[in-house]
Ligand binder design. Structure first.
Ligand SMILES: NC(=O)c1ccc[n+]([C@@H]2O[C@H](COP(=O)([O-])OP(=O)(O)OC[C@H]3O[C@@H](n4cnc5c(N)ncnc54)[C@H](OP(=O)(O)O)[C@@H]3O)[C@@H](O)[C@H]2O)c1
Length: 283
């Protein structure tokens, strides 16, 4: 089966290429190969390739910067998926669109079901929600939206690497303890996306690793597991702080645990701490 992966040079895109199943003939296009915000280029390139499946891992992911660049964020996160959906429709392809826990406002006290009402707090979440809606409108029977959260990998810009760098340089970090979600290995997410695509799943579903953590819990686990592997000296100081002590341009959901009960049978994530160990071993 011919598959197009867009955003192929991002942390998830790279892992989609590494984990592609044997039968898939994958074209991995980075931003230089295809700007998904360019409607005409998307039509022309997709027509020429004629994939049976498109997995869109391209996105504008700079959550804070999006507050001052709303047009660019919307071009990539809302118009981009709409362009891909139109092109997929023209060639009869299915589309898997990756989305985010930031479509929710974080006011819930129990995990968000896939059919829970969305209410994004900032520009990034709004544009990702608009991308979801555009895809579902264009391809109601042939698209899957997979929302995920707190994605990290052995390569790429992510919280894991920020913590390792800060702990190496300073031996101490202060991390917010009042935002709760689930760290998610990009490798496990990529494998799950291939399984979901293969199963022909449609609609909206959620994938994260299992369990619940605050950013503080995640940082403590990084410090402990990295020390156990000899990547950091033992005894780094991780101090919990409140979101109010670390103001950022974008508001973030305080609680964004995603309910994964709508996943097909046989597809179950492992605990995030187990996956953290596996990712650290890759570094
Ligand atoms: N990272 C997270 O914590 C997280 C959490 C929840 C959901 N997600 C979602 O997961 C997906 C993958 O994210 P990620 O972590 O892999 O992000 P990432 O590492 O930032 O990768 C996104 C890729 O998209 C590319 N891109 C940006 N604008 C583009 C355009 N106009 N056309 C084509 N490509 C473009 C980027 O290229 P440049 O680097 O050149 O800009 C980058 O290679 C996204 O849909 C994101 O919204 C991520």
């Amino acid at each position: 089966m011919k598959v197009l992966v867009t955003g192929a040079e991002g942390q998830l895109g790279r892992l989609l290429l590494y984990t592609a199943p044997a039968g898939a003939e994958v074209a991995g296009w980075g931003r230089a190969d295809l700007d998904i915000g360019d409607a005409e280029a998307v039509q022309v390139r997709v027509q020429a390739l004629k994939p049976a499946l498109i997995i869109n891992a391209a996105a504008y992911t700079a959550v804070d910067k999006a507050e001052s660049e709303p047009d660019l964020a919307a071009r990539v996160n809302a118009a981009g998926p709409a362009n891909l959906a139109a092109a997929a429709q023209a060639v009869g392809a299915r589309l898997v669109q990756v989305s985010t826990d930031f479509v929710f406002d974080g006011a819930a006290g129990s995990p968000y079901r896939a059919d829970a009402p969305t209410n994004p707090l900032g520009v990034y979440g709004c544009t990702k929600r608009d991308g979801e809606l555009a895809v579902l409108r264009a391809l109601p029977q042939h698209a899957l939206i997979v929302r995920t959260a707190w994605v990290y990998a052995a390569q790429g810009r992510n919280f894991l690497h920020t913590m390792l760098r800060l702990l190496r340089e300073r031996g101490a970090v202060r991390v917010v303890a009042d935002q709760v979600g689930t760290p998610t290995s990009a490798r496990c997410l990529a494998r799950a996306l291939w399984r979901l695509a293969d199963a022909g799943t449609c609609g909206v579903c959620h994938w994260t690793d299992a369990g619940v953590a605050s950013w503080y819990d995640f940082a403590v686990a990084i410090a402990e597991e990295a020390a156990a592997l000899g990547l950091l000296p033992a005894g780094a100081a991780v101090t919990p702080i409140a979101t109010a002590d670390f103001p950022t341009p974008a508001r973030r959901p305080a609680y964004s645990v995603l309910d994964k009960s709508s996943l097909p049978a046989g597809l179950a994530p492992a605990h995030w701490r187990q996956e953290l160990r596996a990712v650290l071993k890759e570094i």
